[in-house]
Design a protein around this ligand. Sequence first.
Ligand SMILES: Nc1ncnc2c1ncn2[C@@H]1O[C@H](COP(=O)(O)OP(=O)(O)OP(=O)(O)O)[C@@H](O)[C@H]1O
Length: 343
Amino acid sequence: MSAAPDRSEPAAATPILELRHVSKRFVKRLDAAAKIANLLGAGLRDEVVQAVDDVSLAVADGEVVGLVGESGCGKSTLGRVVAGVHPATSGTVHFRGREVSALKGPAARDAALKIQMIFQDPMSSLNPRLRVRDIVGEAAVVHGLVGAKEVDDYVAETLQRVGLDPTYMRRYPHQFSGGQRQRIGIARALAVQPEFLVCDESVAALDVSIQAQVLNLFMRLREELSLTYLFISHDLGVVEHLSDRVVIMYLGRVVETAPTEALFDAPNHPYTRALLDEIPRLEARKRRFVPVKGEIPSPIDPPTGCHFHPRCPHATARCAAEQPALREIAPGRWSACHLNDGP
Ligand SMILES: Nc1ncnc2c1ncn2[C@@H]1O[C@H](COP(=O)(O)OP(=O)(O)OP(=O)(O)O)[C@@H](O)[C@H]1O
């Protein structure tokens, strides 16, 4: 566990969302064949994946935070913990100053509704047997946000808000294009009146021209509904365009966080530099990750010290031995690298 600070940006008004030392482990138990192999002396053990490792993060009301990192670094898992899809193994999630897991009854339900998640693949997250009216309206009715008699008007208004023709509400998901389906997914999330959206690769499956439209929709909704976003994306161009602040994860840990412009102009952490350096500046808006040299280590058996040290061109003996804390290196800028302590 790192000695990460409770906040990863300067103190402000109560953040809408705060993660304090959040970790999430997945344990893959031995199957029957492995257990038999153990009887013969194989010495196999349960596999523990430390998907999120002691992450502390605060998000201000109305902020758009981009969450970036290579595949498997724990972005989706962190997003799911925020949205309450996965419970944290340790640490706490606070929404508007209240610890979410400590809430009971209606307060717990309200907090759960206030944070909604928008997934990458709308087709698999929309029930193909339900009409759009029910996909969008059901949860709002169940949670008493709208009466059963008013649901048609409510769904119509919500569809209009996301740029869909309300007369489509009798149709099924397969009757829509990919971009329209993603708008249905957004309408479903908006129907329960959230304040915080976790967008997990929410435009990654769409054609580029449609991506731009959906991103514009997210930004319009931000203004109209005062939404806050945690925006998970592989696409650095999208993150740069959308985010006020960027958080870089590596093997379950936050290694750097900074206001977007500062991070893209002068990345501090060698991992962030490796992600950005090789992208010619003009190309940045078009390109996804450049592959960082070296293999991504396994989260089951991560490197000691700084997880990035085996791939880091500047690594010293200290980097292999000691985990660097996430430290404030300039106002609002945090980085977890021993190099910031000097040679
Ligand atoms: N339900 C699960 N059970 C077991 N392991 C999991 C589970 N979900 C994620 N993991 C593991 O946790 C680690 C982090 O995965 P996660 O999906 O959060 O990463 P990611 O950064 O979102 O990757 P990607 O960009 O590929 O989606 C990976 O090693 C993954 O295999």
